[in-house]
Ligand binder design. Sequence first.
Ligand SMILES: Cc1cc2nc3c(=O)[nH]c(=O)nc-3n(C[C@H](O)[C@H](O)[C@H](O)COP(=O)(O)OP(=O)(O)OC[C@H]3O[C@@H](n4cnc5c(N)ncnc54)[C@H](O)[C@@H]3O)c2cc1C
Length: 355
Amino acid sequence: MPELLSELTTLRLGGPARGYLRCGTAAQVAEAVARCDAASEPVLLVGGGSNLVVADDGFAGTVVHLTGADVAIDGTTVTAAAGATWDDVVAATVDAGLGGLECLSGIPGSAGATPVQNVGAYGVEVSAWLDAVQLYHRATGETAWVAPESLGLRYRTSRLKTPDPTAQADVVLAVRFALSAEGSAPIRYGELARALGVDPGATVDPRAAREHVLALRRGKGMVLDPADHDTWSVGSFFTNPVVPQDRAGAVVEAITAATGEGPPQYPAPDGVKLSAGWLIERAGFAKGFSGGRAGVSLSTKHTLALTNRGSGTAAELLSLAAEVRDGVFARFGVELRPEPVLVGTELPAPTGRIH
Ligand SMILES: Cc1cc2nc3c(=O)[nH]c(=O)nc-3n(C[C@H](O)[C@H](O)[C@H](O)COP(=O)(O)OP(=O)(O)OC[C@H]3O[C@@H](n4cnc5c(N)ncnc54)[C@H](O)[C@@H]3O)c2cc1C
């Protein structure tokens, strides 16, 4: 049993939990969660711990750690237990000649957590290939396969993602994907298309796409490496902000006037998506910025990753996050929101703002 949550999170931050249950099968997960719910014991589900910021005081409840690793491929269908390591699932599909998930190579964590925030990278989101999700419904105690449409999957969120571990959100027990035997997903991301030497929209060998994605991600510290503190993170700490359509023109104009450059912008269903990393850099936070903090800093490879340099605390990391959020707001009037799930803690309130 790990003594501290820091042993289960990629940030290596977080104090003790009251209880710990390691579950290798779907039945064990359902039983553990049911037992805790019946006793009104708060439950924190943990897969790879790569999207969690846990308080230094720890978690006043029981950690249910999902470790079942089964992966089955049948034709173009792949089914994975929630605890399976996500990148092992991607590697198995690519090795089987199946396309769809290759752009999601190298994302840490478990298969079961991928629908939770609809993980995405290099122009692909998991929702594009998800066929069904097996859920344990905590309200009824029933287990059922459901269609992805019922999960409210949107940009880095779903109805399964809740900052409150006592909210009793449903538990993912397994995921199923319907993949392609006709090559990769269309390569939409410019940087990846250039690396592969193809036009955006082209389809390639999934193996080649996976190799290039992993190389690009390593260059940004986005593939876990215990020896590299730049990867002691939750990946991107902030989501890319989406500015509502009716405000987008004015916001982009103000940013252009302030920086002398037009910001990168992408169409989004509810407005215009800006690049959080670009805004952070233009607000004066360079790679490696620590603001005088000893134990944490922005990654030296990517401004969007907040990292533990080895002696950091969750409080220190969140104070750095608040400084970056407030700096971007002060310069551009754009609010950055955290992407990870914060457990037992929160971002310090904004300073110097009138609401
Ligand atoms: C270096 C690095 C790079 C990253 N790059 C990306 C990226 O490119 N794109 C991206 O989208 N994300 C990225 N992430 C974030 C993270 O890897 C993903 O969000 C991942 O899916 C989290 O999986 P996990 O198993 O580690 O979840 P955990 O951190 O263990 O849990 C995250 C949340 O999901 C809940 N949860 C976990 N398992 C289940 C389950 N079975 N059922 C219901 N709820 C569950 C937890 O309670 C918690 O609220 C990156 C992280 C790191 C450290």
